[in-house]
Design a binder for this molecule. Structure first.
Ligand SMILES: Nc1nc2c(c(=O)[nH]1)N[C@H]1C(S)=C(S)[C@@H](COP(=O)(O)O)O[C@H]1N2
Ligand SMILES: [Mo]
Length: 261
C-alpha cells in the first residue's frame, strides 16, 4: 500500500505526537488513556475529528477539533453500541477510491456461478452459501465514511445483509470472541464479536445500488464504519467463528488489531 500521507508532505509522527498531547490530558481513566495513546493512528485522528488529512490546513482543523474532544467522541470510541455518522447521497465520494495491497488490475475475478461462501467454526449450521441465498435475506443500506489508515477517507454507499442477522441465521456462538475472514486474494482479518454484532456491520453485496464491483470486493465485503479500512475484508470466501486469535494481513505486520471503536 502506498504511503499517500508522505506524498502529500505531511509528517505522520509529528501529527500523532501533537494529537496525543491534545487527547491525553482529557482522558481520566488510565487504562482507556493508555489504550488510545497506543492505538492512535492517522486514521484514528481523521475518525475522531471527522476531517480528511489531505494538507496542513486540514491537519490544523483536525487537531483543533480534537482539542474539543468530549464525552460524545469518547462514547463513540469506547461504546461498542455507539453508531458511526451517516451522510446524505450528495456527499458520496465519486469516484470512490480503490485500495488493496496490489494495483487495481490485479483485483481478483470471482465467478458467481461456482462461488460458495464457506462458514466454519463455532456455528450450528456449517453449510456453504450461494449469493442468491444471501440476496434473499432482508437487505439494508448505509452511507458511511471509510477511513484508511494511510490518511485518506471517502464516503460510500453499501447495501447487503446485516451481519448480526447472518450470524443468527447460521447459529453462531455469539459468546465466542472472534469472527475471522479469508479472502480470494489471500487477504485475511478478524474482528471482535461486539463489532460483528454491531447494527452498522454489513455483509455488503452492493455498492451504490449495483452489484458490488470486482475492485470493491465482489462477491462480498464486510463493511464496518466503526473500523479502519484495513479491517473491512473484500472478496470474502470464508467466515469462521472462533475463540482463537487469528490476526490479519496488516495486523500481523504491526497495525493495531482493534483498528477502530
Ligand atoms: N481482500 C482484501 N480486502 C481489503 C484489502 C485488500 O488488499 N484485500 N485492503 C484493505 C484496505 S487497507 C482498504 S483501505 C480497503 C479499500 O477498499 P476499497 O477498495 O473499497 O476502497 O479494503 C481493505 N480490504
Ligand atoms: Mo486502508
Amino acid at each position: 500500500m502506498k504511503k499517500r500521507i508522505e506524498s502529500s508532505g505531511l509528517d505522520e509522527s509529528s501529527i500523532l505526537t501533537d494529537a496525543r498531547k491534545i487527547i491525553a490530558p482529557q482522558i481520566e481513566d488510565r487504562s482507556r488513556r493508555n489504550f488510545l495513546m497506543r492505538g492512535l493512528t492517522l486514521g484514528g485522528v481523521a475518525m475522531l475529528s471527522g476531517c480528511n488529512l489531505t494538507d496542513n490546513d486540514s491537519v490544523e482543523t483536525a487537531l483543533s477539533s480534537m482539542s474539543r474532544f468530549n464525552d460524545r467522541v469518547q462514547g463513540w470510541l469506547f461504546n461498542p453500541n455507539a453508531m458511526a455518522p451517516t451522510y446524505p447521497v450528495s456527499m458520496i465520494t465519486r469516484p470512490f477510491p480503490f485500495n488493496a495491497f496490489y494495483g487495481i488490475d490485479e483485483a481478483p475475478t470471482v465467478e458467481e456461478e461456482g462461488y460458495r461462501l464457506e462458514v466454519t467454526g463455532l456455528v450450528a449450521d456449517k453449510r456453504n452459501w450461494r449469493l442468491e441465498e444471501l440476496r434473499a435475506m432482508a437487505q439494508t443500506e448505509q452511507i458511511t465514511r471509510h477511513i484508511c489508515v494511510e490518511g485518506w477517507s471517502a464516503i460510500g454507499r453499501w447495501g447487503g445483509v446485516r451481519f448480526s442477522d447472518f450470524l443468527k441465521r447460521i447459529g453462531a456462538d455469539t459468546d465466542a470472541r472472534y469472527v475471522g475472514f479469508k479472502c480470494a486474494d489471500d487477504y485475511y482479518t478478524s474482528i471482535d464479536m461486539a463489532t460483528a454484532l454491531h447494527a452498522q456491520t454489513l455483509l455488503a453485496l452492493t455498492y451504490d445500488g449495483a452489484v458490488l464491483p470486482r475492485e470493491y470486493g465482489f462477491p462480498m465485503k464486510l463493511r464496518m464504519p466503526t473500523k479502519l479500512g484495513y479491517k473491512n475484508p473484500k472478496h470474502i470466501q470464508a467466515i469462521f467463528v472462533s475463540n482463537t486469535y487469528s490476526g490479519g494481513y496488516w495486523e500481523d505486520q504491526g497495525y493495531n488489531w482493534f483498528g477502530g471503536s
